[in-house]
Design a protein around this ligand. Structure first.
Ligand SMILES: Nc1ncnc2c1ncn2[C@@H]1O[C@H](COP(=O)(O)OP(=O)(O)O)[C@@H](O)[C@H]1O
Ligand SMILES: N[C@@H](CC(=O)OP(=O)(O)O)C(=O)O
Length: 616
């Protein structure tokens, strides 16, 4: 397996930009030259072409910090999330932002525009409805409409074909799923009742407004339509097909942005991550990046730059399964991970992730508007924060940055002069108590009390082996000798679409050795902070919760020691976060503690990222 991976790392044959018209041909050659040694080379497509033949051993090792940057001229990764590139105006601003740092030589990583990924995931059920016998007429009308929009521009505006409104009315009369039908057959191509837009309308408008040629994406749109028809016909959307489907978002946004940079006279080259060298596990929708990725990416970007310098514009979120050779995705928000992987592969000075907020905040601004930016974080704090539900960073994204020792800067693309958050291996924790509060809702909790059929070791081991056998991951755990309380992440259950059945199985298995209480609609509130101050954090937190009449149902402090998790009822959770935020961040609590420390002549502890004590 190791040998196969090493070969796969260098066996990429990947022209820098694949014209849409080539895609059909590429797909036709699918895996025809199937891999005698297991190595493969990805091209766009539901099934990907594999390359036969030996291939040289990996020549490029992951480059040490600074080495590659010097040789290839790259200094930073600049990753722009969907919110930063949601329209033509935003793309213009991002191009301007990149060019406003002439001293930098960036590798650009882009997500899909706006909510494209969500919207793409919404389309297959719609197509299924339209292609069902009952709505066949509308199905055909819809396909014609899409073709019409893709192919035609009139006075700079996309026009829906005649009669769509009528069809909508008819549809309303007979449709059992009116809401869904509303969504697709909308009065205007870019807006609809639900507030969502069908992805490619916004995309075509963007191309138009940037003065680019729609041929950049027309091949993709044809392919997308074929794919959707296929899904509707098969009445099946596997995880593998889902990944392929959503990959269109990043493949198109990067092509548009690279074309726009080129139009501005700034030479850019588009890369699909699955062609660039991103090799992953075959866990569709949640793939892990394999080690072979680093040398492959470094070699390719480096080589291309030497041959013909151009700003690389890379698709975030995507990879290639090392066994299947199919397009994989890195989990929602995975473009952050793409960025840090490239940062580590090239040994860059800094990784910048540009968002729509002023950095990592003291809590989710959607829960509490008084949230303020956190200026510094350690990789451990950021990872814990992401893992426990802060949507701002992908949970795995800190790993490559930590391994490569490369600072990550979270910046606001809408407010570029705001300092943002700098994430590094260690930071001065002397004044730090609580850093951020994270809420993860809709958690399932299990209280498992031994019936003493097994000894202590046997009990714990058996409980965890049941979870392992059923492939369910556990988030937080609190144990005593004969009981365990633990929480399960709903997304990990939902992603496998077996929610209730799986829970029933777990409970049934556990009941063979324990009394089990299944508690749903719970939330985990994670207090990310300085573990050296955990007593102070807990004292303050419990005072606040008591005053608010909230009962904590489980407490857990992870081994990383930057996180204390409290489980409360879903219904109380938001109010708890707001109250905790006010108490810790808004009422001079920090100054009070500092004064108390000074009065007691206590020298605060200097702590590194993982809680190791450096001084006392
Ligand atoms: N602690 C937090 N700090 C900052 N943003 C947060 C936090 N928790 C949740 N968020 C949400 O994360 C969003 C940014 O992440 P994301 O949508 O993935 O950005 P992008 O798509 O630009 O990469 C913010 O708009 C905010 O609503
Ligand atoms: N487009 C993907 C990947 C991503 O990273 O997006 P964003 O950077 O906008 O969170 C998603 O929506 O999950």
């Amino acid at each position: 397996m190791v040998a196969a991976l090493r070969l796969a790392a260098v066996a990429w044959d990947s022209p820098t930009a694949v014209s849409a018209s080539r895609l059909g041909r590429e797909r036709a050659s699918l895996c025809a030259a199937a891999r005698p040694g297991g190595q493969c080379c990805a091209r766009r497509g539901l099934v990907l072409r594999c390359q036969s033949g030996g291939g040289a051993a990996a020549t490029a090792a992951t480059l040490k910090k600074g080495e590659a940057a010097d040789a290839a001229g790259f200094t930073v990764v600049m990753k722009f999330g969907g919110s930063s590139v949601s329209s033509a105006a935003r793309m213009r601003e991002m191009a301007d932002l990149i060019l406003s740092f002439p001293e930098e030589r960036p590798v650009v990583v882009l997500s899909a525009m706006g909510k494209t990924t969500n919207n793409l995931l919404l389309v297959p059920p719609l197509f299924s409805i339209f292609r069902s016998p009952k709505f066949d007429f509308f199905g055909r009308a819809e396909c014609a409409w899409l073709r019409d929009c893709a192919g035609r521009r009139e006075g700079g505006e996309l026009r829906r074909p005649q009669g769509v409104g009528n069809q909508r009315a008819r549809c309303h009369q007979g449709a059992p799923s009116q809401v869904r039908i509303d969504f697709v057959i909308l009065p205007s191509p870019v807006a609809c009742k639900s507030g969502l837009s069908v992805p490619w309308f916004a995309l075509l408008r963007t191309i138009d407004e940037l003065g680019l040629d729609s041929s950049i994406v027309s091949g993709f749109l044809d392919e997308l339509e074929q794919l959707l028809k296929g899904v509707a016909m098969m009445k099946e959307l596997t995880l593998r097909t889902r990944d392929y489907l959503v990959s269109f978002g990043e493949c198109m946004s990067t092509r548009i942005f690279a074309a726009y940079l080129n139009k501005l006279g700034k030479k850019a080259r588009q890369y699909d991550a699955f062609d660039l060298g991103f090799i992953t596990t075959d866990d569709f929708t949640n793939a892990d990046i394999l080690e072979a990725t680093y040398p492959a990416v470094a070699k390719r970007l480096h080589g291309d730059w030497i041959d013909d310098p151009a700003i690389p514009v890379v698709t975030g979120f995507l990879g290639k399964g090392w066994k299947s050779c199919a397009v994989t995705t890195l989990g929602r928000g995975g473009s952050d991970l793409t960025a840090t992987t490239i940062g580590k592969a090239l040994g860059l000075r800094e990784i910048q992730v540009w968002k729509d907020v002023d950095g990592v905040l003291t809590c989710d601004p959607n829960i509490y508007a008084n949230a303020v930016p956190v200026p510094y974080l350690t990789f451990d704090e950021a990872a814990e924060l992401a893992y426990f539900g802060a949507q701002v960073l992908h949970p795995q994204s800190m790993r490559p940055a930590r391994e490569g020792g490369i600072p990550v800067r979270v910046k606001n693309s809408y407010n570029r002069h705001a300092p943002g958050t700098v994430i590094t291996k260690t930071r001065d924790m002397r004044k730090s108590i609580l850093t951020s509060i994270v809420l993860k809702s809709n958690i399932t909790m299990l209280d498992i009390v031994s019936t003493r059929m097994l000894g202590q070791y046997g009990f714990l081991a058996k409980v965890f082996s049941i979870f392992e056998d059923l492939g369910i991951s556990v988030d937080s755990v609190a144990t005593s000798e004969v009981s365990i309380s633990l929480t399960l992440d709903p997304s990990k259950l939902w992603s496998r679409e077996l929610i209730q059945q799986e829970l029933d199985n777990v409970v049934e298995e556990l009941e063979k050795i324990a009394v089990v209480h299944l508690l749903q609609h719970r939330s985990i509130i994670s207090l990310i902070g300085n573990v050296q101050r955990s007593s102070l954090i807990l004292e303050k937190a419990f005072n606040v919760l008591r005053r608010n009449g909230v009962n904590v149902q489980m407490i857990s402090q992870g081994a990383s020691k930057v996180n204390i998790s409290l489980v409360v009822n879903d219904s109380e959770a938001k109010q708890c976060v707001q109250a905790l935020h006010s108490a810790f961040f808004e009422n001079g609590f920090l100054s009070e503690v500092e004064e108390a420390d000074l009065a007691q002549n206590r020298v605060p502890v200097l702590v590194s990222s993982n809680g190791a004590i450096n001084g006392n």
